[in-house]
Design a protein around this ligand. Structure first.
Ligand code: AFP
Length: 342
Protein backbone atom coordinates (compact mmCIF):
# COMPACT_ATOMS: atom_id res chain seq x y z
CA UNK A 1 0.00 0.00 0.00
CA UNK A 2 1.34 3.41 -0.95
CA UNK A 3 1.32 5.48 2.23
CA UNK A 4 0.85 8.63 0.19
CA UNK A 5 -2.60 7.44 -0.82
CA UNK A 6 -5.50 8.67 1.28
CA UNK A 7 -6.30 5.57 3.33
CA UNK A 8 -9.14 5.44 5.83
CA UNK A 9 -8.90 3.12 8.80
CA UNK A 10 -11.67 0.94 7.35
CA UNK A 11 -9.80 0.55 4.07
CA UNK A 12 -6.58 -0.20 5.92
CA UNK A 13 -8.14 -2.88 8.11
CA UNK A 14 -9.71 -4.57 5.08
CA UNK A 15 -6.40 -4.49 3.18
CA UNK A 16 -4.58 -5.96 6.18
CA UNK A 17 -7.16 -8.71 6.58
CA UNK A 18 -6.89 -9.67 2.91
CA UNK A 19 -3.32 -10.71 3.64
CA UNK A 20 -4.63 -13.40 5.99
CA UNK A 21 -6.86 -15.81 4.04
CA UNK A 22 -8.16 -17.48 7.20
CA UNK A 23 -9.65 -14.15 8.36
CA UNK A 24 -13.44 -14.17 8.65
CA UNK A 25 -13.99 -10.41 8.59
CA UNK A 26 -15.08 -10.44 12.23
CA UNK A 27 -11.93 -8.67 13.31
CA UNK A 28 -12.45 -5.99 10.66
CA UNK A 29 -15.94 -5.38 12.00
CA UNK A 30 -14.67 -5.20 15.55
CA UNK A 31 -12.00 -2.61 14.81
CA UNK A 32 -14.45 -0.62 12.74
CA UNK A 33 -16.80 -0.37 15.70
CA UNK A 34 -13.98 0.56 18.07
CA UNK A 35 -13.08 3.38 15.66
CA UNK A 36 -16.72 4.49 15.65
CA UNK A 37 -16.83 4.62 19.46
CA UNK A 38 -13.52 6.54 19.43
CA UNK A 39 -15.02 9.17 17.12
CA UNK A 40 -17.99 9.60 19.42
CA UNK A 41 -15.72 9.96 22.46
CA UNK A 42 -13.44 12.39 20.58
CA UNK A 43 -16.43 14.55 19.74
CA UNK A 44 -17.48 14.65 23.37
CA UNK A 45 -13.96 15.26 24.70
CA UNK A 46 -13.59 18.17 22.28
CA UNK A 47 -16.85 19.62 23.52
CA UNK A 48 -16.05 19.02 27.17
CA UNK A 49 -15.05 22.61 27.85
CA UNK A 50 -18.20 23.92 26.26
CA UNK A 51 -20.98 21.84 27.66
CA UNK A 52 -21.85 20.85 31.14
CA UNK A 53 -20.30 17.41 31.23
CA UNK A 54 -17.39 18.19 33.54
CA UNK A 55 -17.48 17.59 37.26
CA UNK A 56 -17.79 14.56 39.41
CA UNK A 57 -20.82 12.37 39.80
CA UNK A 58 -19.98 11.68 43.42
CA UNK A 59 -19.77 7.94 42.74
CA UNK A 60 -16.62 5.85 43.05
CA UNK A 61 -15.39 3.21 40.61
CA UNK A 62 -14.21 -0.28 41.62
CA UNK A 63 -10.78 1.13 42.55
CA UNK A 64 -12.27 3.67 44.95
CA UNK A 65 -11.44 6.56 42.61
CA UNK A 66 -13.82 9.38 41.87
CA UNK A 67 -15.65 8.80 38.62
CA UNK A 68 -16.29 11.71 36.31
CA UNK A 69 -19.26 11.85 34.01
CA UNK A 70 -17.22 11.58 30.88
CA UNK A 71 -15.61 8.30 32.01
CA UNK A 72 -18.98 6.72 32.58
CA UNK A 73 -20.28 8.01 29.33
CA UNK A 74 -17.24 6.73 27.40
CA UNK A 75 -17.59 3.37 29.13
CA UNK A 76 -21.19 3.12 27.95
CA UNK A 77 -20.46 4.30 24.43
CA UNK A 78 -17.88 1.58 23.89
CA UNK A 79 -20.09 -1.10 25.40
CA UNK A 80 -23.12 -0.05 23.34
CA UNK A 81 -21.12 0.30 20.12
CA UNK A 82 -19.86 -3.25 20.49
CA UNK A 83 -22.50 -5.28 22.31
CA UNK A 84 -24.62 -6.18 19.28
CA UNK A 85 -22.17 -6.75 16.42
CA UNK A 86 -21.88 -10.49 17.04
CA UNK A 87 -18.08 -10.26 17.38
CA UNK A 88 -17.68 -10.38 21.16
CA UNK A 89 -18.45 -13.02 23.77
CA UNK A 90 -17.96 -10.55 26.67
CA UNK A 91 -16.21 -7.32 27.65
CA UNK A 92 -14.37 -5.93 30.66
CA UNK A 93 -13.71 -2.31 31.55
CA UNK A 94 -11.75 -0.37 34.13
CA UNK A 95 -15.02 1.21 35.20
CA UNK A 96 -16.90 -2.02 35.92
CA UNK A 97 -16.01 -4.54 38.62
CA UNK A 98 -17.26 -7.72 36.91
CA UNK A 99 -16.98 -9.09 33.40
CA UNK A 100 -19.71 -7.54 31.22
CA UNK A 101 -21.77 -10.14 29.35
CA UNK A 102 -23.23 -9.61 25.90
CA UNK A 103 -26.99 -9.11 26.32
CA UNK A 104 -28.98 -12.31 25.70
CA UNK A 105 -30.84 -10.82 22.75
CA UNK A 106 -27.60 -10.46 20.79
CA UNK A 107 -25.43 -13.16 19.24
CA UNK A 108 -22.15 -13.78 21.06
CA UNK A 109 -18.93 -13.98 19.03
CA UNK A 110 -15.40 -15.30 19.29
CA UNK A 111 -13.51 -12.31 20.71
CA UNK A 112 -13.14 -10.59 24.08
CA UNK A 113 -12.62 -6.85 24.49
CA UNK A 114 -10.94 -5.34 27.55
CA UNK A 115 -10.73 -1.57 27.75
CA UNK A 116 -9.95 1.52 29.73
CA UNK A 117 -12.56 3.93 28.34
CA UNK A 118 -10.99 7.22 29.38
CA UNK A 119 -7.54 6.96 30.84
CA UNK A 120 -5.97 9.99 32.53
CA UNK A 121 -9.38 11.38 33.36
CA UNK A 122 -8.08 13.45 36.26
CA UNK A 123 -6.55 15.61 33.51
CA UNK A 124 -9.85 16.36 31.77
CA UNK A 125 -10.56 19.64 33.48
CA UNK A 126 -7.11 20.99 32.54
CA UNK A 127 -7.48 20.23 28.83
CA UNK A 128 -4.58 17.76 28.95
CA UNK A 129 -4.51 14.80 26.52
CA UNK A 130 -6.40 11.72 27.64
CA UNK A 131 -6.99 8.38 25.98
CA UNK A 132 -8.77 5.08 25.48
CA UNK A 133 -6.87 1.77 25.58
CA UNK A 134 -8.14 -1.56 24.27
CA UNK A 135 -7.03 -5.17 24.18
CA UNK A 136 -8.56 -7.99 22.12
CA UNK A 137 -8.32 -11.71 22.83
CA UNK A 138 -9.85 -14.74 21.23
CA UNK A 139 -12.50 -16.59 23.24
CA UNK A 140 -11.02 -19.69 24.88
CA UNK A 141 -13.82 -20.88 27.20
CA UNK A 142 -16.08 -23.73 26.15
CA UNK A 143 -19.51 -22.26 26.96
CA UNK A 144 -21.55 -20.38 24.38
CA UNK A 145 -20.90 -16.99 26.03
CA UNK A 146 -17.61 -15.84 27.48
CA UNK A 147 -16.54 -15.14 31.03
CA UNK A 148 -13.59 -14.44 33.32
CA UNK A 149 -11.44 -17.21 31.83
CA UNK A 150 -11.54 -15.43 28.47
CA UNK A 151 -10.38 -12.19 30.06
CA UNK A 152 -7.52 -13.64 32.11
CA UNK A 153 -5.19 -14.38 29.22
CA UNK A 154 -1.53 -13.47 28.83
CA UNK A 155 -0.70 -10.32 26.89
CA UNK A 156 1.26 -12.50 24.49
CA UNK A 157 -2.04 -14.10 23.41
CA UNK A 158 -3.68 -10.82 22.39
CA UNK A 159 -4.86 -10.80 18.78
CA UNK A 160 -4.98 -7.02 18.70
CA UNK A 161 -4.46 -3.96 20.83
CA UNK A 162 -4.58 -0.23 20.48
CA UNK A 163 -5.21 3.16 21.94
CA UNK A 164 -6.79 6.46 21.05
CA UNK A 165 -5.21 9.70 22.19
CA UNK A 166 -7.48 12.72 22.41
CA UNK A 167 -4.93 15.51 22.14
CA UNK A 168 -4.20 18.40 19.82
CA UNK A 169 -5.65 15.98 17.30
CA UNK A 170 -7.28 12.60 17.86
CA UNK A 171 -5.15 9.62 16.89
CA UNK A 172 -5.95 5.91 16.87
CA UNK A 173 -2.98 3.56 16.97
CA UNK A 174 -3.45 -0.20 16.67
CA UNK A 175 -1.64 -3.42 16.00
CA UNK A 176 -2.58 -6.99 15.29
CA UNK A 177 1.06 -7.97 15.72
CA UNK A 178 1.89 -7.09 12.10
CA UNK A 179 3.14 -3.52 12.36
CA UNK A 180 1.83 -0.64 14.42
CA UNK A 181 -0.28 1.80 12.45
CA UNK A 182 -1.48 5.28 13.41
CA UNK A 183 -4.49 7.18 12.07
CA UNK A 184 -5.40 10.81 12.63
CA UNK A 185 -9.03 11.85 12.79
CA UNK A 186 -10.01 14.44 10.21
CA UNK A 187 -12.97 15.94 12.08
CA UNK A 188 -14.29 17.71 8.98
CA UNK A 189 -15.06 14.40 7.27
CA UNK A 190 -15.28 12.20 10.39
CA UNK A 191 -12.68 9.73 9.14
CA UNK A 192 -9.49 8.33 10.66
CA UNK A 193 -6.84 8.65 7.94
CA UNK A 194 -3.58 6.70 7.89
CA UNK A 195 -0.97 9.24 9.01
CA UNK A 196 1.69 7.04 10.67
CA UNK A 197 2.15 3.76 8.76
CA UNK A 198 4.40 1.16 10.42
CA UNK A 199 5.48 3.05 13.51
CA UNK A 200 8.81 1.95 15.01
CA UNK A 201 10.64 3.29 18.06
CA UNK A 202 13.32 5.61 16.66
CA UNK A 203 16.97 4.56 16.77
CA UNK A 204 18.76 6.06 18.47
CA UNK A 205 15.98 6.96 20.87
CA UNK A 206 15.72 10.37 22.47
CA UNK A 207 17.12 10.42 25.98
CA UNK A 208 13.85 10.93 27.86
CA UNK A 209 12.58 9.31 31.03
CA UNK A 210 9.04 9.63 32.24
CA UNK A 211 7.71 8.88 35.72
CA UNK A 212 6.05 10.45 38.74
CA UNK A 213 9.09 11.45 40.79
CA UNK A 214 6.87 12.56 43.63
CA UNK A 215 7.04 8.91 44.66
CA UNK A 216 10.86 8.92 44.97
CA UNK A 217 10.74 8.63 48.76
CA UNK A 218 8.72 5.41 48.50
CA UNK A 219 10.81 3.75 45.81
CA UNK A 220 13.26 0.90 46.31
CA UNK A 221 16.95 1.72 46.49
CA UNK A 222 17.43 0.16 43.04
CA UNK A 223 14.71 2.33 41.49
CA UNK A 224 16.27 5.44 43.02
CA UNK A 225 19.68 4.43 41.71
CA UNK A 226 18.19 4.01 38.23
CA UNK A 227 16.72 7.52 38.32
CA UNK A 228 19.93 9.00 39.73
CA UNK A 229 21.78 7.33 36.86
CA UNK A 230 19.36 8.77 34.28
CA UNK A 231 19.87 12.20 35.83
CA UNK A 232 23.64 11.78 35.66
CA UNK A 233 23.93 12.04 39.46
CA UNK A 234 25.67 8.76 40.17
CA UNK A 235 29.17 9.85 39.27
CA UNK A 236 29.30 7.64 36.17
CA UNK A 237 29.42 10.72 33.96
CA UNK A 238 26.15 9.97 32.14
CA UNK A 239 24.77 12.92 30.22
CA UNK A 240 21.44 13.63 31.94
CA UNK A 241 18.24 12.45 30.31
CA UNK A 242 15.36 14.90 29.92
CA UNK A 243 12.31 14.32 32.07
CA UNK A 244 8.76 14.47 30.65
CA UNK A 245 5.65 13.38 32.54
CA UNK A 246 2.07 14.15 31.64
CA UNK A 247 0.35 11.80 34.08
CA UNK A 248 -1.88 10.45 31.35
CA UNK A 249 -0.59 7.02 30.33
CA UNK A 250 -1.74 7.09 26.71
CA UNK A 251 -0.17 10.51 26.13
CA UNK A 252 3.08 9.58 27.90
CA UNK A 253 3.24 6.30 25.96
CA UNK A 254 2.45 7.95 22.64
CA UNK A 255 5.31 10.42 23.08
CA UNK A 256 7.63 7.59 24.11
CA UNK A 257 6.67 5.59 21.01
CA UNK A 258 7.27 8.50 18.64
CA UNK A 259 10.43 9.94 20.22
CA UNK A 260 11.87 6.97 22.07
CA UNK A 261 12.59 6.92 25.80
CA UNK A 262 11.55 5.10 28.95
CA UNK A 263 8.20 5.36 30.71
CA UNK A 264 8.02 3.93 34.22
CA UNK A 265 5.35 3.40 36.82
CA UNK A 266 7.25 1.39 39.45
CA UNK A 267 5.89 -0.34 42.50
CA UNK A 268 6.66 1.45 45.78
CA UNK A 269 6.40 0.87 49.52
CA UNK A 270 2.76 2.00 49.53
CA UNK A 271 1.73 0.31 46.26
CA UNK A 272 4.10 -2.63 45.61
CA UNK A 273 2.21 -3.48 42.41
CA UNK A 274 2.31 0.11 41.17
CA UNK A 275 -0.81 1.82 39.89
CA UNK A 276 -1.40 0.63 36.34
CA UNK A 277 -3.60 -2.30 35.40
CA UNK A 278 -2.24 -5.31 33.62
CA UNK A 279 -5.11 -6.31 31.35
CA UNK A 280 -6.30 -3.06 29.83
CA UNK A 281 -3.32 -0.72 30.31
CA UNK A 282 0.04 -2.51 30.51
CA UNK A 283 -0.64 -5.52 28.25
CA UNK A 284 -2.10 -3.72 25.20
CA UNK A 285 0.59 -1.02 25.28
CA UNK A 286 3.22 -3.74 25.67
CA UNK A 287 2.01 -5.51 22.51
CA UNK A 288 2.27 -2.20 20.66
CA UNK A 289 5.72 -1.54 22.13
CA UNK A 290 7.08 -4.97 21.15
CA UNK A 291 5.59 -4.82 17.68
CA UNK A 292 7.22 -1.40 17.22
CA UNK A 293 10.64 -2.77 18.21
CA UNK A 294 10.53 -1.78 21.88
CA UNK A 295 10.00 -3.68 25.11
CA UNK A 296 7.90 -3.75 28.26
CA UNK A 297 8.77 -5.26 31.61
CA UNK A 298 7.52 -5.23 35.18
CA UNK A 299 11.16 -4.81 36.22
CA UNK A 300 12.09 -8.48 35.96
CA UNK A 301 9.67 -10.15 33.53
CA UNK A 302 8.23 -9.36 30.10
CA UNK A 303 4.76 -7.94 30.69
CA UNK A 304 3.42 -10.00 27.79
CA UNK A 305 4.39 -13.25 29.53
CA UNK A 306 2.59 -12.49 32.80
CA UNK A 307 -0.37 -14.77 33.50
CA UNK A 308 -3.15 -12.61 35.00
CA UNK A 309 -4.95 -13.71 38.14
CA UNK A 310 -7.56 -10.99 38.53
CA UNK A 311 -9.48 -8.71 36.21
CA UNK A 312 -8.25 -5.45 37.74
CA UNK A 313 -4.76 -6.64 38.67
CA UNK A 314 -2.05 -3.95 38.84
CA UNK A 315 1.54 -4.30 37.71
CA UNK A 316 4.71 -2.17 37.72
CA UNK A 317 5.49 -0.98 34.19
CA UNK A 318 8.74 -0.13 32.40
CA UNK A 319 8.05 0.43 28.72
CA UNK A 320 9.72 2.06 25.76
CA UNK A 321 12.93 1.79 23.78
CA UNK A 322 14.51 -1.64 24.24
CA UNK A 323 17.90 -0.42 25.43
CA UNK A 324 16.33 1.69 28.20
CA UNK A 325 13.97 -1.06 29.39
CA UNK A 326 17.02 -3.38 29.47
CA UNK A 327 18.88 -0.74 31.47
CA UNK A 328 16.02 -0.45 33.98
CA UNK A 329 15.90 -4.23 34.38
CA UNK A 330 19.66 -4.37 34.98
CA UNK A 331 19.36 -1.88 37.86
CA UNK A 332 16.31 -3.60 39.33
CA UNK A 333 17.74 -7.11 39.14
CA UNK A 334 21.03 -5.90 40.67
CA UNK A 335 18.90 -4.40 43.48
CA UNK A 336 17.09 -7.69 43.99
CA UNK A 337 20.35 -9.63 43.99
CA UNK A 338 21.80 -7.25 46.59
CA UNK A 339 18.71 -7.68 48.76
CA UNK A 340 18.89 -11.47 48.47
CA UNK A 341 22.57 -11.42 49.47
CA UNK A 342 22.08 -9.10 52.47
P1 AFP B 1 -6.46 8.98 36.19
O1 AFP B 1 -7.31 8.27 35.13
O2 AFP B 1 -7.04 8.92 37.56
O3 AFP B 1 -6.10 10.37 35.77
O4 AFP B 1 -5.12 8.13 36.29
C1 AFP B 1 -4.29 8.08 35.20
C2 AFP B 1 -3.36 6.92 35.31
O5 AFP B 1 -4.05 5.72 35.51
C3 AFP B 1 -2.46 6.83 34.08
O6 AFP B 1 -3.04 7.34 32.94
C4 AFP B 1 -1.23 7.60 34.46
O7 AFP B 1 -0.07 7.12 33.83
C5 AFP B 1 -1.16 7.41 35.94
O8 AFP B 1 -2.48 7.12 36.40
C6 AFP B 1 -0.68 8.63 36.64
O9 AFP B 1 -0.60 8.36 38.00
P2 AFP B 1 0.05 9.41 39.03
O10 AFP B 1 -0.95 10.53 39.17
O11 AFP B 1 0.22 8.62 40.29
O12 AFP B 1 1.35 9.87 38.46
Amino acid sequence: MNHRSVVTIERHIIEMERKYPEATGAFTGLLYEIALAAKMIAREVNMAGLIDVLGKTGQRNVHGEEVKKLDEWANDVIYRALDHGGYLCCMASEEVEEVMPIPDEFTAGNYVLLYDPLDGSSNIDANVSIGTIFSIHRKISKGPRGGLEDCLQRGRDQVGAGYVVYGSSTMLVYTTGHGVHGFTLDPSIGEFLLSHPVIRFPTPPQRIYSCNEGNYGRWSEAQRQLIDHLKGLDGEGTRPFSSRYIGSLVADFHRTLLYGGLFMYPGDSKKPEGKLRLLYEAAPLSLIAETAGGRASDGTRDILGVRPEALHQRIPLYIGSTEYVDLAESYLSAGEAALAGS
